[in-house]
Design a protein around this ligand. Structure first.
Ligand code: AMP
Length: 263
């Protein structure tokens, strides 16, 4: 493959238009395109949804064929984690913020599997979604820290018509909860408007909390606030670009979303 660029999109399958936007971008920018589907057990906590995580290999293959992907990498768990596997990649600091506080070990699971996948595929570029802002930040940091010879490309979030960020997990939502789920993006959107019109961080935060508290089908708000997109620390005052991010639970279904705003 000398001289030819390779684009790689790692996924956990149940592919939707969000995934496919990454695949299309990769196709546009590279000569050879690789997609992986691997539901990585080490990034799920003991009480999380590994067993019931949506799987649709036949549908995924059809979509990848239609998009003319060259290679689908579909490893078995024992290929990725053979007996005796004993290494873990931990990205300190940013892995502990936001989702990291609620999903201990999650980002070490992600960083480890992405390291393995990148080492196996050895692509020129690898594509990740802004929807998982923290995940993309962790991977960028890791690639930098470990001198990985790959360009990490972040792609914008693809949404449903009503604003809900596309996610494989959206299929868990019944009709009522699917409708209620839009409150997350609405909250982020309203917060962005407040920021753009000069709102103070504390006022925006309070408005976000009130908006989410108004939706009775939300069983828990893990977090919803304003963060520095570089450090992922909560911000006290407006300065440069702001990451408005939230994670909520509707019963068992955990949804995350974020938008970047310039005050
Ligand atoms: P997953 O299969 O959920 O692990 O996602 C695989 C990749 O697709 C990750 O880089 C995600 O950030 C990205 N992705 C998932 N949903 C979306 C979306 N709605 N828009 C853009 N990228 C997405």
């Amino acid at each position: 493959m000398r001289g030819r660029s390779v684009g790689f999109v790692p996924t956990m399958g149940a592919l939707h238009e969000g995934h496919m936007s990454l695949v299309k971008r990769s196709r546009h920018e590279n000569d050879i395109n690789v997609v992986s589907i691997f539901v990585n057990p080490t990034q799920f906590g003991p009480s999380e949804d590994l067993e019931k995580y949506p799987r649709d290999i036949a549908g995924d293959i059809r979509k990848l064929r239609e998009t003319e992907v060259d290679i689908l990498f579909l490893p078995e768990p024992q290929f990725i984690y053979p007996e005796g596997f004993s290494t873990s990649v931990t990205v300190n600091g940013i892995s502990e913020k936001l989702c990291g506080r609620f999903r201990p070990g999650h980002f070490a699971g992600v960083a480890t599997v992405v390291t393995k996948l990148l080492n196996i595929v050895r692509s020129t570029r690898a594509y990740f979604g802004q929807k998982d802002f923290q995940q993309t930040a962790v991977i960028k940091q890791m690639a930098r820290d470990l001198n990985m010879d790959v360009q990490i490309v972040a792609c914008p979030t693809v949404r449903e018509q009503d604003g809900l960020a596309m996610s494989s997990r959206n299929v868990y939502l019944d009709k009522e909860r699917r409708k209620a789920a839009t409150v997350l993006f609405q909250t982020l959107h309203e917060a962005s408007e407040m920021i753009r019109s000069g709102g103070k961080a504390s006022a925006v935060r309070d408005a976000m909390a009130r908006r989410l508290a108004g939706e009775p089908l939300i069983t828990k708000v893990d977090y919803a606030s304003l963060y520095d997109p570089g450090t992922l620390d909560e911000i006290g005052e407006m300065g440069g670009e702001v990451l408005v991010a939230g994670a909520i639970r509707l019963d068992e279904t955990r949804l995350i979303d974020n938008v970047l705003v310039r005050p």
